[in-house]
Design a protein around this ligand. Structure first.
Ligand code: CTP
Ligand code: MG
Length: 197
């Protein structure tokens, strides 16, 4: 395969745990909200009913299960020749894929906090932050966890810095917003999302 398609394939592959966790939250989410129904000093909800514990904690676990499948798929031809990530050395792929998923949902919740402060109702569109919150959250948490694993001597190098190179980060920043909008539109059409964005 040519260089650019390979770069795109490697980038999207690396981000799949975050994408799956973000999508998975709409399916496994629900139940008690993280903010416990409480309001901020402005009289609005802290996060709102769209941010639940199940989404935050269970959706990343769904991503880990999918990562287990991805790791197996990555060894099969022709995928095995594409240099796709195994999501970390030894057993650490479990922790690292969970951190990508958890970071995605944490970033999403952070933007929900800002949305509520700005007066946006739950589910109201905020183009830009809605598409990139989970990307930046996934990167931040996975970087921190990689740092701890490396500094703690558990891994030989910083997994995040080795895997998410500059070109990969750039590719994901360019492709994710469009992909997010398409996936959400499909999610709305098939009835798993309440709004088409
Ligand atoms: N979800 C959840 N728990 C989370 C994140 C998401 O249960 N921590 C579920 C909710 O059902 C939510 C759906 O996934 O409605 C889609 O997430 P998102 O679009 O981020 O939430 P919105 O409802 O649009 O809320 P907000 O305005 O706060 O972004
Ligand atoms: Mg959101």
């Amino acid at each position: 395969m040519a260089e650019l398609p390979l770069l795109v394939a490697r980038a999207l592959w690396l981000m799949l745990p975050a994408y799956i966790a973000n999508m998975g939250a709409t399916i496994v989410g629900g139940g008690p909200p993280i903010d416990g129904g409480r309001e901020w000093s402005d009289g609005r909800r802290i996060l709102g009913d769209g941010k639940t514990w199940r989404g935050l904690l269970l959706a990343p676990a769904v991503a880990v299960v999918f990562t287990w499948i991805l790791r197996a798929l990555g060894t099969v031809d022709p995928l095995s020749g594409w240099g796709l990530s195994g999501f970390g050395p030894g057993p650490w792929w479990v922790v690292l894929s969970y951190s990508l998923g958890f970071g995605a949902l944490a970033g999403d919740a952070t933007v929900s906090f800002v949305k509520r402060r700005r007066g946006f109702e739950r589910g109201e569109k905020w183009l830009g932050p809605d598409q990139l919150d989970f990307v930046l959250g996934a990167w931040t948490v996975a970087l921190l966890v990689s740092l701890v694993l490396h500094v703690g001597g558990l891994t030989a190098s910083n997994w995040f810095l080795g895997a998410f190179t500059g070109p990969i980060l750039l590719t994901l920043l360019v492709l994710t917003p469009g992909l997010h909008l398409v996936v959400n539109y499909i999610g709305w059409r098939i009835g798993v999302k309440e709004v088409p964005w």
